[in-house]
Structures are given as structure tokens and as C-alpha cells.
Unconditional design. Sequence first.
Length: 393
Amino acid sequence: MLDMGNWIAAPASTTVMSDFGAEVIKVEPLDTGDPYRHVCGMPGMHGGEEDYQWILTNRNKRSLALDIKQASGYEALLRLVKQVDVVVTNFRPALLDKLKISYADLSPHNEGLVFAHLTGFGKKGEEINNPAFDRTSWWARSGLMEYMRPSGDSPRTSAPGLGDHSAALALFGGIMLALFHKQATGKGREVHTSLLGTGAWNHSLTLQAELSEGQIRRLDNVNDNPTPFGVPYNTADDRWFAFWMQNYEEAPALIAALVDEPVLIQQERFFTLEGMKENAGEFSKIVQNKIIQKSFAHWQQLMTELGISFIPATTIQETLADPQLIANGAFPNLNNPNGIANRTIANPIDLLGVTKIQPTLAPELGQHSVEVLKDFGFDDVEVQSLLNAGVVA
């Protein structure tokens, strides 16, 4: 498959494919390559001495530096297209047309081609060619940013790459669906998703509640929340956790006993579903006043013993050391002898009985140009000609 995308969302879908052994060739422009190579330490991104973002999103791939704006470079691309199963891109529609790499341009050269296109705003409407990123199209435009804004405070931004990786999994699913269609019919298909559409899907429970004229609840804080479950509580050692219980009728009494609070136990208004809706804020305040008196470890042990779903707000370091994640292969070893990181993050999909490949380092720009061309049938004379013409590097 050819990864002709940039940044995260579309390329990350091919990362998932590569983890299961798909051969992914990253086609990049000659001069700078994918601009995502150069964002480490930029505003809004984590700093560091190692290009962590490039390591994550482009592992297992081979890089072909190719100038498709030149006629011979475009012809070379078409020779590759004729032999691949999938082309992935997130270029805006106008740029696809300009470069002649849309599905309409490429599919005549390969009737079985699956063309996976990720956009910011979709394939229709006035904004299809507007620039888009996950923090804009996915987070802000979907309504998530405003919905998560605490009352009386400014909106919060999302974690880096959060929407991109969500959209990447959506595109991966689309690719697999199109490949299934190809297996059944022998014909390729264009498949599409967008950051905006994925954001709306991620926000769909609240959006559907609005469509159903429901009472939308803002997830502000403990005092305003309509239930004491699933919201954060602070402990004596300044750690945070939440807990969750399914049986609302039994839960208030159990929590009251848990925090040893006679005031709660004696007030039946907390122990019915309607009473909980009306008095959840007061209930939560009383619970918080008890929880703040003891340590995180105390509450973790006690709630675990009682079978209550205890949800700690873990630090990044705790997440990386989480035995449950480690047991399920979330952080596979990375062969990086000259670098810093010796692990990376696995995609969350497992095909039972199939082992994912050992992750390899993301490529340098044009690292595999010559070998890729030869693998696709270019002879030594043709390869040298492209190198001499400055079409390949």
C-alpha cells in the first residue's frame, strides 16, 4: 500500500495495517518530506531530543522520496499504483485534482484499487478544501470543546493527536470494508472519512440526546453533576479518582457505608433514582468531604475489596507501567539502538492467534527509494535516470 498522506490521521491508519504485516511505502516530496517530520518541539507539541511522533506514526514503513510534479515522477507513481492494493491520503480534494492523484485519476490504472481518503470537513459542502486539524475540525467543530468547557471558564484544548488517532481507526475500518468488497467483487472502491464526521460520532451520545430533546448535562464538576458516579474525587494526598456503579438503587447506601457517613445513611432522599437526580450535588459534596480525609491508596484498597469499579486518574508514568496494559502488549519493544525510546505504543486491535510484527524504526527521507523502485520492476538504468533527473532521492 502507498501512504501518500501527511501529519497523523491518514498515515496512522497505515500504521495499523503495517503492524499486521502490510507492506507500506510512504511516498514523500523530495525537499522536506512529510511536514510531520519537523514538528517535534513546535508550539502545542511535546518537546524532546527524539522525533517521538515520527517514531510512533511511521514505524514499519519504507520511504520513497519522489517528485510527482515532474512528468517522469508521475509516471513512476502510476507504475506503483498499478501494483498496489491500497492508496491512502489526506490531501484536500483540490490538491488531489491538481496533482492528478484522485481516485478518478488513479483507478483507471488499477480496477482493484482501494483509495482511502481522509478529509477535514467531508467530500461535500463549501468547506471541503479548508485546512483542518484534529484540535479544530474534530475537537472544536464537533461541539466537544464547548461541551467540556467548565461553566464560567474558558474552553480546554484536547490532548495532541486525540482526534487524529480516532479518525485513523475509522479510516482503517473503511479500508478493511473496501478490501472485503474487493475480495467479493474484484473491484476497488474509494472509501472516505473526515475529522469532523469522526468528531460528531465521538460526540454522538450528547448530539443524539439533543435531537431527542433530552436534558443535556454539562460535565462540569462534582457539585453540578447529576450523579456522584464517574466524576473525579480528590484524596488527602492530592490524587484523583472516580468510581462507577450500575445499580443506582443500591449504590447510594453502599457509598454511604463506604465513607462511614451516618448523615447519608439516615436520609432516604439519596436512595431513590429520583432522589439521586434531585440531590446528587449535595450527596457528592458530602462524599468528597469524606474522601479528602484519607489517601488514594486507602480508597483504592477499600473500593477494590468491595467490588466497586475504581478508576484512578493515572499519571503518564503510571500508565506506561500499568501491568494490565503491559500484559496485553500495549507497549511492544522497539529496536532503536541509537535512540532513546526502546518501546512504542501498539494499536488497540488484536487478531487472536496472529502476532503483530516487531516494530521497526520509522524511515529517514528517501531511505528506501532505490530498493522500492527495483521491487516494483524498475531496472538499474531507469532508477539511475530518475536519480540523475532529480525526480527521486
